[in-house]
Design a protein around this ligand. Sequence first.
Ligand code: PCA
Length: 209
Amino acid sequence: MKILLTAFEPFNGRDINPSQMILERIKAPEDIDLVKRVLPVEFDATTQILEELVEKERPDIILSLGQAGNVPNIAVERVAINMDNCRSSDGIKELPDSAGVTYVDRPIIKDGPDAYFATLPVWDIVKAVNKEDVLCRASYSAGTYVCNHVMYVCCHLATQYKNMRTGFVHVPFLPEQMPKGMPGFCMEFSDMLKGVQIIIDYLAGEKND
Ligand code: PCA
């Protein structure tokens, strides 16, 4: 079995992205071909990279990782929506992607479905991680930035490559990423890494049962 694991480069002026740090340290389970790829935080480039990677590697599973703050838990995303949107929810600020591109309410795939659901077993993953005392929850929004974009593109590809399943996992802030003096949620790196390794090991074992 082949698993494609993706993560993201740092973005928004930060110098680390824990999703990339996790990807670098994840160990391939026995008998699993684990292909790793760090993606730029760019809408258009990720679409092309993923299309080419999937065509070349033909993975059975794509698991994508990214970072999202404001929660204390690992978040297993259930839904990706057909929308790229760089605008903050108060309508005031816009965060261009790392290529300088700003999209507002733009469909990812013209005439694509409004949403796709993750095709990996979200509840099984959530239970497997919590069982080992790492806080993990299902999430019903991956946002509208490049993480949601990647999840949507992977779900769309999974409709073309019928044996391929895909899902997305957000990890929270690391303690050192927290703005000084501001209350908020974060998670130790060792817990994030443990949680994602549990997910990979679970997916590797699942098909062998
Ligand atoms: N998080 C961003 C993009 C890259 C990342 O790690 C997001 O949630 O869209």
